[in-house]
Design a binder for this molecule. Structure first.
Ligand code: HEM
Length: 353
């Protein structure tokens, strides 16, 4: 078992699967607060812990349960098919033309938000995410502007939430649980943003992996793709690591991590730990169980995990059904990103025969 490593910047890097799992479930190892976002009035469930976090999870979990997500199936399929309809056979970058637009269109439809410009939302979300790193004056004002712009989108949706939308359901559930509307708004903003980069990465990584392993033929059934998607999640987690802060001294292996320390919990390392996964570097779609940590674990386990899986399986299977003989053209280029594993471009030739 590997011990935590103290990085030059003062953070502790934890890579053992058992330790990462244990620390994700340890209530003395808490999400790192983001003071810039909090200063901008965006304090969402990912930063909360204890009672307020438990209340948010209780209130909102029904909207993301397997049963609820099952009801979103037709919406997801319609959006995937409409995106496919805009593609022609021949050369295309599936990252920008396919994996990128689908997740945002899905979450916008579920939240009851019309007409979002995916490029603009993506840029604004990137500005907000930059607050998790060091930020200069220009970065801070971009984050402020972008936060205000996305919050306006959420406030408009909340003012006119429609009947059957996630927005309406979350407002109702929040009111019933006595959760303030400002917290509901912040959580809706998190849900708008948290799902699209991660799901885009999962769709793109799954397409890339399939095309490098014999192609699309025989992979046109979303349910049949489930094991393949799980193994892509394990071997190439969209989110490579999550951050935490030690609320007390933490004993990890034989190391004591002092209270106040920042931790990097490496999901990517944990998922390749031979103590948790036999033949861990081998890609095996039939692996069962496949208890990877790509959606986190414990209190902050991804609320959108079922939805992310549904979107990826549907998007890839429908693409495979329409263009079974698709092949990669050129090298996959990977995005340079501190957190995400995702191609920057996925150049393919779409082919039916
Ligand atoms: C394949 C796609 C996805 C991946 C890999 C992913 C990954 C993760 C991970 C690793 C966490 C835990 C963060 C932590 O512990 O600090 C998380 C939390 C979260 N995810 Fe996802 N996610 C995905 C899709 C989605 C979608 C589609 C949504 C919503 C529609 C979503 C909403 C959330 C929310 C709200 C949280 C915070 C939960 C909490 O703090 O209690 N995610 N996700």
């Amino acid at each position: 078992m590997s011990e935590p490593v103290l990085l030059p910047d003062g953070r502790w890097h934890v890579s053992s699967g058992a330790d990462v799992d244990h620390l994700l479930r340890n209530d003395r190892c808490v999400p790192a607060p983001n003071s810039i976002l909090q200063g901008l009035g965006v304090d969402w469930m990912l930063h909360h812990h204890g009672q307020i976090h438990a209340a948010e999870r209780r209130a909102f979990r029904a909207s993301f349960s397997p049963r609820s997500v099952w009801r979103y199936r037709d919406t997801v399929t319609d959006i995937v098919d409409a995106t496919l309809d805009r593609l022609d056979a021949g050369s295309v970058d599936l990252l920008t033309e396919y994996a990128f637009p689908i997740p945002l269109a899905v979450i916008a439809a579920l939240l009851g938000i019309g007409d979002l410009d995916p490029v603009e939302v993506h840029e604004r979300w990137d500005d907000m995410m930059a607050t998790y790193g060091p930020l200069d004056e220009a970065g801070l004002s971009a984050a402020e502007r972008s936060t205000r712009a996305l919050m306006t989108v959420i406030e408009q949706a909340m003012a006119d939430p429609g009947k059957d939308t996630l927005t309406a359901a979350m407002i109702r559930a929040g009111d019933d649980a006595g959760i303030g509307r400002d917290v509901v708004a912040a959580d809706l903003l998190l849900i708008l943003g948290a799902g699209f980069d991660t799901t885009m990465a999962l769709i793109a990584n799954t397409i890339a992996e399939l095309l490098q392993r014999g192609g699309f033929v025989g992979h046109d059934d979303p349910d049949g793709l489930a094991g393949f998607v799980e193994e892509v999640l394990r071997t190439q987690p969209s989110v490579q690591w999550v951050g935490r802060v030690a609320a007390d001294d933490l004993e990890v292996g034989t190391t004591i991590i002092p209270a106040g320390s920042r931790l990097v919990l490496s999901l990517a390392d944990a998922n390749r730990d031979p103590n948790l996964f036999a033949d861990a570097d081998h890609f095996d779609p039939s692996r069962s169980p496949n208890a990877h940590l790509s959606f986190g674990a414990g209190a902050h386990f991804c609320l959108g995990a079922h939805l992310g899986r549904l979107e990826a399986a549907t998007a890839v299977a429908r693409l495979a059904a329409r263009y079974p003989r698709t092949r990669l053209i050129g090298e996959i280029q990977w995005r340079e990103h501190a957190l995400l594993r995702c191609p920057r471009a996925l150049p393919v030739e779409l082919r039916q025969v």
